[in-house]
Design a protein around this ligand. Structure first.
Ligand code: OAD
Length: 257
């Protein structure tokens, strides 16, 4: 099937809705774009993207943390505050409703902001971790909020476990492996799905982006929601060209869910 593009306000074609209703297993992959309308900057937008303004290797790699842990800690503290003040948007809520309505639905996200869960989605597979959790840089054991509050004068706080450890966010940095169990669950979900929805990701970071190719090879129908084209658009059967806070509620409404 060749790709069809549907503009944000155009009618959703009956064939797409029929294919959706016929799907037995649905997998969804989300990226930073789904949180854009909650006021959280994406990574690769030309002017406003986080990686347009900061060097990812300085702020999101083990080497960057070793070189300047205070810089990295302060940057994540700023992002944590931004996320704490943000609210899930209609796109997050629509995905939560889709999950409720469908018996075999897997939501996989590259986002570390926890907004899917705050919108009510359950069993979210977080490929890149969660910024609200903190771990020891050496042992990777969780560090409690209580410990962090008691050591708030240190940026970053020390590890409660080993003398040469520091507190760091529980997110995946460049050069680090994803949690194998989470990646395995995500891979199994996309291998088994007959419909995959890809929302708000540039498809530039692997292995997350590779999940779309796995679903495509397994014969799944692919629907992308993104105002722009992405590295994954060539795999998509339908491209809904608009912001997810607009397109997702429209899709859910058209499906009667
Ligand atoms: P990017 O910033 O690379 O891509 C965001 C995508 O969202 C782009 O394709 C935009 O066109 C699209 N977009 C922007 N606004 C949107 C909206 N309102 N609705 C829908 N889509 C919109 O973010 P990711 O692809 O998520 O990794 O980036 C993947 C990973 O790269 C991140 O998880 C992060 C980063 O380095 C780590 O930190 C490990």
């Amino acid at each position: 099937m060749s790709r069809r593009t549907i503009q944000a306000d155009a009618e959703l074609c009956p064939e797409l809705l029929d294919r959706w209703r016929a799907a037995r297993r649905i997998a969804v992959l989300t990226g930073a774009g789904v949180s854009a309308e909650s006021g959280i900057p994406t990574f690769r937008a030309a002017q406003t993207g986080l990686w347009a303004q900061h060097d990812p290797m300085q702020l999101a790699s083990p080497e960057g943390f070793a070189a300047d842990p205070t810089l990295v800690w302060d940057w994540y503290a700023w992002r944590r505050r931004l996320i704490a003040e943000a609210q899930p948007n209609p796109g997050h809520h629509a995905l939560a409703r889709l999950g409720e309505a469908h018996p075999a639905f897997t939501l996989i996200t590259q986002n570390v902001d926890g907004l899917h869960q705050r919108a009510g989605s359950r069993a979210v597979l977080e490929l890149h971790g969660n910024i609200t959790r903190t771990i020891c840089s050496k042992t990777r054991r969780p560090i409690s909020e209580d410990w962090l509050a008691r050591h708030a004068d240190s940026r970053p706080p020390p590890s409660p476990y080993v003398a040469d450890g520091l507190a760091r966010p529980d997110v995946v940095w460049f050069g680090e492996a994803l949690d194998a169990a989470v990646l395995d669950q995500a891979t199994r979900a996309v291998q088994a799905c007959d419909l995959m929805l890809i929302v708000g990701t540039a498809g530039a970071v692997h292995p997350a982006a590779g999940l779309a190719a796995v679903a495509h090879s397994a014969g799944a129908l692919l629907i992308e929601i993104n105002p722009e084209t992405s590295a994954l658009t060539r795999l998509a059967d339908w491209h809904l060209a608009g912001p997810s806070a607009h397109c997702l509620p429209r899709l859910v409404g058209a499906l009667g869910q």
